[in-house]
Every structure is written in C-alpha cells, then in structure tokens.
Write a protein that binds this ligand. Structure first.
Ligand SMILES: [Zn+2]
Ligand SMILES: [Zn+2]
Length: 284
C-alpha cells in the first residue's frame, strides 16, 4: 500500500520529513508522496531518508490554485493541485519559491497596514503564533484577538483580513493553467486533490476535468478520508470517463489533523494500492 498525499513540518504537518518517512516504514507502506503546501523545502530530507527506510519517496507538492467556487462547509470552495515526480531545481519549485518569498513580504505589508490602522502588532508576534511554520492570516487573527483588538477570530477576518478588508494584501496564486504548464515543462504529473473542496456538481466538475485533462491533468484523488462511498463512486466514473488515474491519499498532517492515519485515513477508510503509482508513472 502507498499514500500519495502527506504533509511535513515544511508546511503544516507535525512530523519532520525524516520522521514522516520513518513513520511510513513503521506502518509498512511501500511508497509515499511528500506533498507539502506550496513548498518543496522538505523533499531533500525526505529523499535522503528513503534509502535507509526502504520506503520509496515521490517528490511532490500541493499547490494552492487561484479559484472562485461555491462555498463548501462554510468557506469558499478551494482548489488544490498535487504534482508528483518533481525534478530538483525544476521550474515549478522555483516559481513556488518566488511565491513563498512574496508571501513573507505580504505578511510584512499586512503588519504595516494594521499598524497604520492604529494597532500595535509586530511580525514577530504573529510569527510566534505559527510555531515556526508558514505564517498566514489565521495567525494574524489570533494576534489581533490576543491583543484585544477584536472580540473573536471571525471579526478579525471580517474587519481586517478577508479579501478586500482594510489590512488585506493580495495572495498571488498560480492559475490552474499556469500550474499545469509548469508541471508539463518539468516532466512531472498533476493530480486534482480532494475534488469535494471545489464545491461543484458532477456536471460542472466534468466540464472542468475535460479542459484540465486537455491541459495535462493526469489524475484525480478519489480515495480521500472526507469522500463518502457515494462520492467515490461518482468520482471513479468521472475519472474513467476522462481517462484520469483515480488516485488517493490520507492528507496526513501528524497531530495537526486529528484522526487521520498515514496510509489508512480515518479508521482505515482509504487504501491505495501500489499500481496507482505505476499508473501515474506511465503518464509522465
Ligand atoms: Zn488540500
Ligand atoms: Zn494536503
């Protein structure tokens, strides 16, 4: 069995890349893909542990794509694209690094805006709330709450942090066309992550898949802890219809996502056979 969707401390997981690979060996997985959010910073360490552990490590990433969809579970729908078999120093890795740099600058700009609005907030304060990981708006919201400038986190977003609000600074995300092009140019493989999060009906999703398939999309996550059996059935049909590889993964985040086990999902509700990885490799 394998797991094609995992996070480490390079983004918002709690295991270091090395610990993650060791954990995969301990539960008997033959391969994992390391797919941190918008960064490839953990890949070198994970690949370094692959040999000693006997676990095959697929260098990957999970890209946050610019997307406006219907609301899903109270928040706007979101689109994540997984990329596998990334070459070291590839185009996508370089682009993501530049976007990361922008994100750090963006945090500084948001602090400036808040200070101009009369709030005594520092970047150090906000960063301390992230526990050393990527700093983002949830940490700004907590800082504002702790400093007593808002009554709750929602208020922090509504007044200052949400798109268009007083201290908001634009995110600059890749469009799916840009991301799929970089994946193609890198000789990597792209897979749509957790399709439920797009909030689209089957027909709308199918239309998008047709277009993305044409731009090089190779697969779609079907086995995913949050997908119920009915959704999996429908996604399997769509995958077959669009000749996409039906893939899967746990979206393991260590103790940052309770109840999700590496390779097994929620109480063993996912299982992904080795053949899926072989199938993806054939799409390179
Ligand atoms: Zn995701
Ligand atoms: Zn993920």
């Amino acid at each position: 069995m394998i797991d094609l969707h995992t996070h480490t401390t390079a983004s918002d997981g709690t295991l270091s890349p090395r610990q993650l690979v060791q954990a995969a060996a301990a539960v008997g997985l033959s391969a994992i893909a390391v797919t941190d959010h918008d960064t490839t910073a953990g890949l070198e360490e994970a690949l370094d542990e692959a040999g000693p552990s006997g676990v095959r490590v697929v260098p990957g990433v999970e890209i946050s794509i610019e997307f406006r969809g219907p609301r899903v579970g109270g928040r706007p729908g979101w689109l994540h694209l997984l990329a596998y078999f990334l070459p070291a120093g590839g185009l996508l890795a370089g682009k993501l690094e530049r976007l990361q740099r922008w994100r750090r600058e963006r945090n500084g700009l948001m602090v400036e805006k808040l200070r101009r609005l009369g709030m005594d907030i520092t970047l150090e304060q906000v960063a301390a709330l992230s526990g050393g990981g990527q700093v983002g708006r949830p940490h700004f919201a907590r800082a504002l709450l702790e400093a007593g400038y808002v009554d709750n986190l929602q208020q922090a977003f509504d007044r200052y942090l949400k798109k268009g609000a007083a201290a908001y600074v634009d995110k600059q995300r890749l469009t799916i066309d840009q991301a799929l092009q970089l994946v193609r140019e890198d000789g990597a493989v792209a897979v749509l992550a957790h399709p439920f999060s797009l909030g689209l009906g089957d027909e709308e999703l199918s239309e998008r898949l047709a277009r993305w398939r044409w731009l090089g999309l190779a697969g779609m996550e079907v086995e995913y802890p949050e997908h119920d059996s009915d959704l999996r059935r429908r996604l399997h049909r769509l995958a077959a219809h669009h000749q996409l590889v039906a893939t899967g993964g746990s979206d393991f985040h260590g103790t940052n996502k309770d109840g999700i086990e590496l390779g097994r999902g929620h109480d063993g509700n996912i299982s992904v056979p080795d053949e899926v990885l072989a199938e993806l490799e054939r799409r390179r």
